[in-house]
Design a protein around this ligand. Structure first.
Ligand code: APR
Length: 260
């Protein structure tokens, strides 16, 4: 994307805020994985334009597990062409190792942050990697063979549910606790690729703002955050924006190094 002078200024300002932050956290949504080929939920061609959200409601799943599982496997288990992390995931993992960011909260269940190397991470809506038995709580890996027959069944005979959060289900306790703690200590939140429409996840960047923190948003489109809480909006794709910010931060640290 050709960059206007304003965009260049905003990138420089965002890099300055990131470099000066005492405790910066990242908050990511489906948009960060779009460039990995993972479909987003909303926006043109989104998952909810093509599939019935009801199939991901706990009540429907328990009543019609085979029907719900057919939708779930179609959406989330692309075994034939597995998704890979992109540069955006890799930059955030590198920034965690270098201390530029303290923690990443993701709404995504695709596991790509973990595969890119992020460790200080909360998967707020769980992940597709595991199944959990609705009868005995047994967990199993969500492999292609485990999903050959639908609905997949636990040795106890119970139905396996994917271990991610359905509509109407609670947030995993540890993910909630870790994310709330991160929002309480952060003085900057970098939002990447979220419409900001789903709660309680969307309350986390708002908490950072309410405590006086700075908000930087990366999203080619307007979101619920943009006009409300964002101090800087970078209307770019996630990997382009994060590569640009990474370049600016490295140039600044090289300059500081040569000045000292
Ligand atoms: N880079 C950055 N952002 C992008 C890109 C990209 N390349 N492509 C799309 N986006 C933005 C879209 O503009 C949109 O704002 O990503 C956002 C995707 O929004 P949603 O699909 O609503 O995803 P998200 O906000 O993560 O949804 C939250 O809703 O259905 C539930 O549990 C599901 O975690 C999900 C939650």
């Amino acid at each position: 994307m050709a960059r206007t002078e304003k965009l260049e200024r905003d990138l420089a300002a965002a890099a300055g805020l990131l470099g000066a932050a005492r405790c910066a956290i990242a908050f990511t949504g489906a948009g960060i994985s779009a460039e990995s080929g993972v479909p987003t939920f909303r926006g043109s061609g989104g998952i909810w334009d093509r599939y019935d959200e009801r199939h991901l409601e706990l009540g429907f799943f328990k009543a019609e597990p085979a029907l719900a599982w057919a939708t779930i496997r179609a959406i989330f288990y692309a075994f034939a062409s597995p998704f890979e992390p992109n540069d955006a995931h890799r930059v955030l993992a590198a920034w965690e190792r270098e201390g530029i960011i303290d923690f990443t909260i993701t709404q995504n269940i695709d596991g790509l942050h973990r595969r890119a190397g992020s460790e200080r991470l909360a998967e707020f809506h769980g992940a597709t990697t595991h199944l959990v038995c609705l009868r005995c709580g047994e967990r199993a890996l969500a492999t292609e063979e485990a999903l050959a027959e639908l609905p997949p069944r636990c040795p106890c005979g119970g139905v396996y549910k994917p271990d991610f959060v359905f509509f109407g289900e609670g947030i995993p306790e540890k993910a909630y606790r870790d994310s709330a703690a991160a929002a309480e200590r952060a003085d900057l939140c970098l939002i990447v690729g979220s419409t900001g429409t789903v709660y309680p996840a969307a309350s986390l960047p708002r908490r950072v703002k309410a405590r006086g923190g700075s908000i930087i948003e990366i999203n080619p489109e307007q979101s619920e955050f943009s006009a409300d809480i964002a101090d800087i909006v970078l209307p770019l794709g996630a990997s382009e924006a994060l590569r640009a910010l990474d370049g600016l931060l490295r140039a600044a640290s090289a300059k500081n190094g040569s000045d000292s």
